[in-house]
Design a protein. Structure first.
Length: 227
């Protein structure tokens, strides 16, 4: 079993991902938005970069079945819970060690063809600056650019989006380990979640673009849980 896939995280991710699936099946724009979200414009991640819904559902069932009955809270504190390797927009290697530099990391999953993702970029950059000296990191995942076979046109588009929004925080491509650990369970973008310095998923998962106030509120929730 992968170190990050302990019972606590499996249960949390299962609940949170079930919420996102419920929002999508309801059409999102017809349901009342959650307190921490605004209505979502559904943008599907390309099939080449995610498993089919049937495969993912089967995977989640296997995960639930194979999760150990006993608690895994005794996992060493230094052992990362979310393990990944990827490259950033400039081709530099980035891994889970990125998380160790911060108390909390806001992870924003977005796509180049998602208007809501693009619209919240300037606010993400603004809030990242506000929390730069408070132990909060920001990490973007460009979900529609596959690391092993990056589309040059999409890569150029993504670069322009980040430049236009003035984004300086790190953005990584969809690698095999990121797809397997995160993207396989995400069906709409933007989706934002939080990880602590050891890679544990904490705080609230947010499906949909956020206002700066919502970003700050969710960061404070994650910081409180990380202490």
């Amino acid at each position: 079993m992968k170190p990050w896939l302990n019972k606590k995280n499996v249960t949390k991710l299962a609940i949170l991902l079930a919420l996102s699936v419920t929002l999508l099946s309801a059409g999102c724009t017809q349901a009342e938005p959650a307190e921490t979200t605004i209505p979502v414009t559904e943008t599907t991640i390309p099939a080449t970069q995610t498993e089919t819904q049937e495969e993912t559902a089967a995977t989640k069932e296997v995960t639930k079945a194979t999760a150990p009955a006993e608690s895994t809270e005794t996992t060493a504190a230094s052992e990362p819970q979310w393990i990944f390797e990827s490259t950033d927009m400039d081709g530099n290697p980035v891994s889970h060690s990125y998380l160790a530099d911060y108390k909390v990391t806001l992870v924003n999953v977005w796509a180049t063809n998602c208007p809501n993702c693009i619209a919240e970029m300037p606010d993400l950059e603004k809030v990242s600056k506000e929390y730069a000296d408070k132990g909060v990191g920001f990490l973007g995942i460009v979900s529609d650019i596959y690391e092993n076979e990056p589309d040059e046109i999409l890569h150029s588009i993504a670069g322009d989006i980040l430049a236009d929004a003035g984004v300086e925080f790190t953005n990584v491509l969809a690698s095999d380990t990121i797809i397997a650990s995160i993207l396989a369970g995400i069906y709409a973008v933007p989706t934002t979640f939080f990880a602590d310095s050891e890679g544990r998923i904490i705080g609230e998962l947010v499906v949909g673009a956020m206002s700066p106030e919502q970003m700050r509120d969710n960061i404070e929730i994650a910081l409180a849980e990380a202490e």
